[in-house]
Design a protein around this ligand. Structure first.
Ligand code: SF4
Ligand code: SF4
Length: 442
């Protein structure tokens, strides 16, 4: 099939799966061994190689884009494990995203999709209002009551699993509390900032993990960084995951503009999913003449919080944390950003903390955006594989730098009834600093 023929298919601009990519799959099958979905189902259609063959068949008109095809396309976790191992460099995750964009063009958008991707997610203030019932649930003590009385176990299975995803909800979102500029060294007079950085506060961090993000800002300022926090919109990860390519590009442009004109050493985020999405803006906007260069420069400055702190070197924490911790690698961090040693080094810098490695630390936990909600059963099987390794470590805490993974790990802790908490590594570093301050005051 020629390029021209493929382009006549209703692919949105820029979403056309790269024919060269499809052709370059040599069908070696190496990817099957690392694909979490294939390892569960053992169906060739679920292996990356099978998925590529299906996309090709649809593009060439040999296969109808049936509901089964759609399910297969949406089952991909975008974990990139196959990309890591592929000798031909095939980006199966991107092919699946392009196929979703293709299906969207075929099927059109319904009102719920428009409301979610076009109205709710792009406006953090709307998301904050929409999550108010969760904060009430927590603040009124209903959550504690349900947990203590075991009422969650009376819920229908699917609802119960979804309720387990909820972490302890913060009293308030962080965004309205953060100043546009937070001075270095907590504003101590007479000290020049070591550097000036931009902070990208992601949606989930804002409403679900506000305390972790507050810790991020404290740790950055303690280490001499002046933190610039502009008003941003969603990074676009949910949009890309659901084939909303043009909307994702719009969001990318808005986020780039939010940091433009500032002299910043880096753009930091403490959400692994946001980090990998921001990191790909250069690629996403490569065909936009007005933004291609700006997007490339922006992406080069994006850093995950642990990566950045590891690069600049941190003030060694003095306070102790006598705790046993295991670390789960978010797919978006370990493969999307190539970051795995930095968060471990941060954890190991804390006096008293014992880091114990779990088996398959970089195996997908099964959250994958909304996979835990839309494919509850399958996601639960992936989670069980992860939790078996987590439980083997006898750790008191499981740390991970991605809100999606943290939600899923909270679900796992409850599903397995483990006496364990889920944390972001930055919270532990922040706690160690604070413990050090308390000790010094005594
Ligand atoms: S590893 Fe790469 S080349 Fe081999 S079958 Fe998988 S996608 Fe194709
Ligand atoms: S990205 Fe992950 S889930 Fe998707 S095909 Fe590759 S290994 Fe499988």
């Amino acid at each position: 099939m020629s390029e021209k023929e493929i382009q006549s298919k209703p692919f949105p601009q820029g979403a056309l799966p790269d024919e060269a990519q499809i052709q370059s799959c040599i069908r070696c099958g190496l990817c099957s061994a690392v694909c979490p979905i294939y390892q569960e189902t053992r169906m060739e259609t679920d292996a990356p190689r099978g998925r590529i063959a299906l996309v090709r068949a649809v593009l060439e008109g040999r296969l109808e884009p049936s509901p089964r095809f759609k399910k297969i396309v949406y089952q991909c976790l975008a974990c990139q494990a196959c990309v890591d191992i592929c000798p031909a460099g095939v980006r199966t995750d991107q092919l699946m995203m392009a196929a979703r964009a293709y299906l969207l063009e075929l099927e059109g958008r319904h009102w719920f999709r428009n409301m979610l991707f076009g109205w709710l997610l792009p406006k953090p203030a709307r998301l904050e209002k929409a999550t108010m019932p969760l904060r009430c649930y927590e603040r009124l003590g209903l959550r504690r009551l349900v947990d203590r009385a075991g009422l969650d176990r009376l819920l229908p299975r699917r609802l119960r699993e979804m309720s387990w995803l909820l972490p302890p909800i913060p009293r308030r979102p962080l965004r309205p509390q953060l100043e546009r500029v937070t001075p270095a060294y907590n504003g101590s007079a007479g000290q020049e900032p070591r550097c000036r950085i931009g902070y990208f506060l992601g949606c989930a961090q804002d409403v679900m993990f506000a305390s972790a993000s507050a810790a991020t800002v404290r740790v950055l300022t303690r280490n001499g960084c002046e933190v610039y926090t502009p008003a941003v919109t969603c990074c676009g990860m949910p949009h890309l995951g659901y084939g909303e390519l043009e909307r994702a590009k719009d969001l990318a442009r808005q986020n780039i503009d939010a940091f433009t004109g500032q002299d910043l050493q880096a753009v930091i985020t403490d959400c692994a999913s946001c980090a990998s999405t921001l990191h790909e803006y250069g690629e996403l906007l490569a065909d936009d003449p007005a933004y291609a260069e700006k997007a490339r420069a922006f992406s080069e400055r994006v850093r995950d919080i642990s990566q950045f702190l590891d690069e600049i070197g941190i003030e060694p924490p003095q306070g102790r944390l006598d705790v046993r911790v295991t670390y789960h690698d978010p797919c978006h961090l370990v493969r999307g950003m190539g970051v795995s040693a930095a968060p471990r080094r941060l954890l190991q810098s804390i006096p008293g903390l014992e880091l114990v490695e779990m088996e398959e630390a970089n195996w997908c936990c099964g959250n994958a955006g909304s996979h835990a909600i839309t494919e509850t059963e399958e996601s639960g099987r992936l989670l069980d594989r992860k939790m078996a390794h987590v439980a083997d470590t006898d750790a008191q805490l499981v740390a991970s730098g991605c809100p999606g993974c943290q939600l899923q790990l909270w679900r796992g802790v409850r599903r397995w009834n483990l006496p364990m908490q889920v944390v972001h590594p930055i919270e532990l570093l922040d706690q160690a600093y604070r413990n050090g301050e308390k000790t010094n005051k005594r």
